[in-house]
Structures are given as C-alpha cells and as structure tokens.
Design a binder for this molecule. Sequence first.
Ligand code: ZN
Length: 1006
Amino acid sequence: MGLITLALFMFFTCSYAERNGPIQTFVIPHSHMDVGWVYTIQESMHAYAGNVYTSVTEELTRNKQRKFIAVEQEFFRLWWDSVATDKHRQQVRQLLKEGRLEFIIGGQVMQDEAVTDLDDDILQLTEGHGFLYETFGVRPRFSWHVDPFGASATTPVLFALAGFHAHLISRIDYDLKDDMQENRKLQFVWRGSPSLREQQEIFTHTMDQFSYCTPSNLPFSNSSGFYWNGVAVFPDPPKNGVYPNMSLPVTKETLRPYAETMVRNIQQRAAWFRTNHVLWPWGCDKQFYNSSVQFANMDPLVNYINQNSKEFGVTVQYATLSEYFQAVHQTNLTWECVNDHTMETHRKPFQAWTGFFTSRNVLKGVARKASSKLKAAETLFTQYRVSYPDGPVPKEEALQKLKALRWAVSEVQHHDGITGTESPKVANMYMEHLTQAMMGVDELLAALFILPQGLDTVGDSDASGQNSIPMVYRVGIDLEQHIVVYNPLAWNTTAVINVTVTFPMATVFDDQGQPVPAQIQGSAESNTTYDLFIVVDLGGLQHRKYLVRFSEKPCEEGPECGLTHQAWVVPFERQNVSKWLKTGRRLLPVLNECYKIKLDQDTNLLHSITDRQAMRTVTVSQDFWEYQVNGDVSAGPISDNYVFSANSSAVRAYKAIGLEIVPGKVITEIRQYFYREETDEVYSFSVTTRVPQGFPRGRPLCHRLEQSYSLGPLAVNTEVVLRTRTGLKNNRTLFTDDNGYQMMKRPYRPFVDNIIARNYYPMVRTAYIEDDSSRLVLLSERAHGVSSQAEGELEVMLHRRLWNNQLWNLGYNLTLNDSSVVRPSLWMTLGSLAATPSLHQREALELQHRPVVMPIDRPQHGMGAPLRPVVLPDNLHLLTLCVPGWAYSSNHTLHLRSIGKRDTGTTQPDYNRVLMRIMHLYETGVDPVLSQPVTINIKEVLQSVGEVRVLEERSLTGTWDISDLRRWEWKTSERGQRSSVGTGGDFNVTILPKEIRTFFVSFKLK
Ligand SMILES: [Zn+2]
C-alpha cells in the first residue's frame, strides 16, 4: 500500500555548496505492485499488473536509455507464464543482458517484516530466487523494502545470508527518520544479529521523507506530478488509454517548470546524504502500466536537465538500483555501524501502526498452519524420495502439490497479506489459495503413508491448529482405526496428540502391539464427541503407527481398558465479578511434576503458580479485557486494520466466570468460561489450560501449560486482550521475538500521547517477562500484538473487530469488520532464568511443528518399521529438508551455457538434489553449553535418511556456491573481519550461534 501519506512537496534551498561537481541523480523507474491489498491478484493482473511488464518491455526495447526495476516476482511470473509473447520473452532476456531491466529482492512478494516467521520469509525469497535463477541465471543482490510497516533486524541478516550487497528500507519511526535525515545518517551498515555481527552485516539505505513515490502536488499543475500515466482503473483498463489524473504533459511551456521542480527536489534530498548521489525513485503504487506515456514525458525532461546541468548543478540518468549502490560503494566512505538491532515500527503520536500485529487473526493462524504442513510434507517427501526413488507416489504430482503450497504460503507473506490489512475479498483469496493447496498436500501426505485412494482424510477444520482430527470412521465391524503420527523435527520428542472421536472409550496400541498411555473425556466443544489424548514417543523425522480400538462402553479399570484413563468433568459454581468481595479464601490446587497451580474458587481465576524446581511461587491470574475504540473520525483518532488507537484503558470484558476441571492421568484440563453478562447462558470467551501429568521433571512436557482460547464474534470497535498478571517485577519491560529468529528487549516508553498503542510490539513465536529470578514465557503459533502495560503484566491482543467512517477506509473496504471466531493457542512456561532459555527456542518449534496425525486405512503396506531417528545436537534445528525441483546445474557457468542453448525453457526438475538448511538456535552468551559453536558430520547426522554422497554449501536461497558469493565490503567505523566460510569437503560443518547454513545434498539413491 502507499499514497496514504503523500509527502508534501516543499520548497527550500539547501546548502550543497561544499559538494564537488554536480549532483548525480539516479532516476529509478519502478512500480509498487501489492500482491493483494485492495484488489485480488487476478483483478490486479487484469487492470494493470500485466500491462506493466508488457508496456515496460516494449518501451525499454524502443529506447536504449530507459531502465526499470522489477520487484515482486509473483506478478512477473504470472505475466511470464500467461501473458508474455515469445517476442516479449526474447526482449526480456535481451534487457537483462544489457542490465536495463533489473530484478530487485527477487522474492515472490515484498514480505511483511513484523508478523512473518523466519521460515516463511526464507521460503518466499527462495521461491522467487529459484525461478529467476532457473529461468534467467539471474541472482538479485539488492533489496527494496519500501513498504513494509517497520524494519525488522532479521531481514538484513537474511538478505546478507542470501548474498545481497545492500538493503533498502523506508517506513520507520517518523522521529527517527527526521533525525537521521537531518544528521545525514540515513545510510549505515546494519549488524542485525548480535551473535553474527560483522559476519552478516549489510549496507542499508533508508529512503528519505519522500519514500518510494515521486513528489506530487506540483504548484504549476493541478494533476498528480510525475505520473503521466495517471491512476490505474479497476476492473477494466480504459479502452481509449485515457486514465484519470494524468499529469500535464511535458511541452514547450511546461518543460522548464517541470525541470525546476525536479531539480529543487533533487537538491533538497542531496542535503540529507553524504555522497553526491541522489536516488530518485520514479513511480509509486500501480505505475508504468502505460509506460509509453511515462517515458515519452520523462525523456525530454531528463535531456533538458542534462543540457542545462551547469545551471542546475545536477545531472540526471535513468538507472537501476545496482547502479546507484555501485556509485555509493565506490566512494569508499566509512559508514557508521548500527548494532542496536531494532528499527521501530511505523509510529506517529496518533497513528501507531501496531494494530496489524493482530488484525485478521484467523488468516494469520491459517498461514502459519499451512507453513508447518508444508515443512512436514517437504521433509517427508525428501525421506521418501531417498528411500524409494521408484516408489508408487508419482514424483511429478508430489512436486506439483508442494509447489502449490509453496506458492500460497509465499504469497500471503506480502505486507498487505499476513498483516491483515487487506480488503475482505483479498483475505478470502489468500485463504482459498492456502486451503486448496493444503488439501493437495494432505493428499500427498496420505499417499506418502501409502494409503489407498478415496479415503476421506479430514484435516483439522478449526483454525486453532490443534492436533485434532474428527475421527468418525467405522472401519469394518471391529471399530478400529489406524493412525500414523509423524515428527517433522530433527529431535526426539514426547507429545500428547489430541484426536476427536465419537466413542466414549478407546484403547491405543503402538506398532509393536503394546498399549499406549491415553486419556479420554467428553469434549468441551460438543456433547457428542470425545477428546482422546494419546502420548506419542517419536524420534526425529520419525513416523509411527498407532492402533485405536473403540468401545461403546465406558471402561473403569482392568486390562480391557489398556492404558487409557477415562476422565470426568468436575463442574464448579459460577462466580460473578460483582460478588468478588473476599477472594483467595478457597484455593484449589492442580499439581504436576513441575508446578503447583492454584485456582481461586471465589473468582474462578488462576491464582498462582509454584515452580516446584525453583521453589518459587508467583501470583498469576489471567482474564479478558477489551479496548473500546473510536470509529468516528470526527471524534478523535480511530483504530483500523493498521492502526491501534486506544482512547482509554481497557475494561473488563466479562461479568461472570464458570469453571470446570477434568483431572486426568495424561493431562488435567482446566476450562474457564467468561460471560459478558451475569445472566448470559452462552459464554463470550474461554480458556482451556492443559496441564501435562505423569511426565517427570526434566522432560520439557511438564513445564508446558497448553492454553487455547475462543473469542468472537466480538462487538464492533472492540479489541480484546488476554491479560496475564503476575507478581514478577519486570518494570514493564517485555521481550518479544523478531520473526522467530531473535529476541528483542522492549522497555516501556513514557510517550506523552497514545501511550498504550505505542507500547505494543509484535510477537511471532515468543514473548516473555522476567524479574531477577523467574521468567514467564508465552509461545505462539501465530502472530499477535503484545504489551506490558503495568508491572508484572503481559497482555496479548487476540482479536479485533472494527469499523470506522474514514472515507479512505470505507472506499477501500479496509475497516476490519472481522466477525470471525478465533481459536488461538499459547503455551505458557514459568521457570527460573537459568532454566527457561534452554527451553523456549525448542518449545516454540515444537508448537509450530506439532506431530502430523493422519488416519490410515490399512497398516500393512506402510513404510515399514520406523527408520532410525535423525537427531541433531540440542542447539541445532533442521530448518529445511526439501526437494526444490529446480532445473539448473549448481555450476554457474554450465547453467548459463544451458540457458543460452535452450529456447523458452523446457527443462526437467532435478528430483535428486536436496536443499538442506541447518540453524543454530542460540545467541552467544545465553547458555554456557548451548550457546557454543557446534560441529557436526553431515554424513553421520543424515545416515538414517540415506547415504550422503555430495555436500555443497550454498547461499540462503540456494542460488550461489558460497565460495563465489563475494559480498561487497563496506568500510565501517567499527572494526570487524568477515571470516571465510565453506565446507572442507569432509562433511564436517561448524555452525556458529544464530548461523543458518544452506547446502545442496546428494544422496545415494536406494
Ligand atoms: Zn505495498
């Protein structure tokens, strides 16, 4: 999105007298093309996006001076595959060769930076890079992150790992930008990771106050400025080529005023930078669909300024982004380092862009769920390919299904996608693409577990991502069901999976016929179904089969009950808030190996948690509060899908609480129901807390309090938060993660205005508060906004429903009147400062990548006995194991030669090349053992997948042989030396704290 805050075109003369020679201006033609936002992808392709590439290709071919940068790959690929003629394709190849068309970033989309997860950021970049490299042999080296709402410190690290020379950002805190502009500090070298520091630093350019759009509101013209092609029209482009708001053409009369205006703007901007070079982005949202008009007006302007460059003190040239950065790099100046690894989100006193951390929570949840399903299927398919290269699952079909989900998960990472800032029809479009592709991958998973055709495998239908599958099959007469459970993580795990069944009793057996601990109880959601909890022990990347035998009769005790415990609901008296005169008199304990949890029967709220290992009791209560926000623009600041504006403190969102406890041997479930009114029959919010039982201390499971919530539909203009209030003295300081990669300290800041909203931060996987001895951690399977508004408090915004009368919002249908029911989950852990760091990194991954549960028909054709597990050291994570299916040689010279030879590119995917990424989960200095560099032998680690024959280290997205990467060095004020990397050829690899290393692996096929 753009054009919300049109930079006012101001005139003033600035001092540039100290500069040598004229200012060199790099006019960079571009079109910001949102992959979503207001219009669907199809609508955008039809109305303008297809025409951008058609007309730009033709116009650049016409005139050798002209250039263009192409950013979002999704639109380009759609054009390349379905619109471009053979002639266009030839022209594109020629323009790339001449360096006049340049791919920048190269990801499928321009991803959001606040609410996206590391896995998906890497995926979408890899998806675009794979296409560009395979098709053109091109590898982008510069970023253009002009529109994401804030700049995460993880992004520069990922771009450095992908081999980028320089990064470009724009939307940061206004005050910060003003300050940087004034002090000519818009450019710096960013060390985004405190552990990797100079190893993965990157030169970063912050756009000045004009951002990525050309200045508008020219005084001599009532049109829009340098946008001669006007404004795109939906749904159909006008047949006569006349668009609204086309700027005054450049003629004899207007040439001079246009030139003067442009020169003044260039001079103004030059004063904000240290070098003589000005980056002048020419374009904005949805531009260049009619680029003949654009260039026909700009060409004479460029020529005129150059003819009069002495008078103006300015030269102007069409340029690509690499030319600009090349010029800056060649100055060889020394740049300041930014080690402080945070660049604030887009904030203004009354416009805090912190609402989108939570907007469209269902979409955020489904996107993450799709991502973890993709990871499981990729890993499983890789194992299958290596073990059964000629197996019955057709590889072409498998790859096609994986590709569809890669595409859908990549697409929704767009900065107006997963952010929830899009119109309802676009949100529906993402959702449809995700669910369709997930269904395809479910079919693939079923096939990989070797299922007969036609079995109705039902994925979990609620958006909460629970491991719950409605299992209603009656197989034969003996009421049996086989299930396969797969662990997509490369470490051993014990997990409790939850299966919804329609029988009151079920016994469970493992693949050896041994009974398995389980628990069955009436479901909280329905009177006719039961929750069956099964304890599964799985090795890394291992799947196991289980047999569930159902019975119509409850079973109290005895061998026929197997190891299944039947649990019963114990209801408690409902408590009204108005009666809370005396509380804390009747405390009800729930115990497990790790905790003593107390519930207050006077309130039905949580009262305290005792960490039994540290022998410390912390008061903890949780309930729902809501911000009642304004939707009338004439009455003050409003909340919308981007912005959170709390006019006043949150109010309690309920008047009564019901409580049920289901004591069990596998888990004890605490169910709390929050009623808006005392007399309400139906609750408005609920919390289900699952306390693991029977797991000894030391296994992470007993620390893990699994909570799931239900909320909605909300009242209009309310934003509901879950408040966890504790006795921890955290000084309102909060820690939240940046894209699941690294933790950020977020001290409470005493703003004068809008203080609540401006102290909100994104949580992608983790948020915690702590004092001198304890830490309370919340882990999440989707993004939320979080804050610590009071001492000891951690509040998580779970849902928002808004409507406002701002014309712009109404016009684009962006008010966020989201009436859905959301069912997010959080895992809560309380522990000592020493114990929790070693837990939460792995726990967050266990939440994100829960075991995959699949019902199967007949077990005897399965993949055989469980393979030996794949287990990495405790501080490493197998981030990726997949068969990308790219059709290129990993030798760059050979690849270019083969592109030169083939026509429009019909190549066979390589099914035998495996892409693998390994990540170190810990920062330097966090844990005495886990924070150490670790050396592994890849051949040994992967031996149960297959015999590794060749290992090649690659850049993050796979396109570079790491030894050819040679990223530009930028001189910095702080010393630092990048060490050289690469594998020694002996399969031994050392991974440093927070490092992500990427490899191509060739296995010997079995
Ligand atoms: Zn945008």
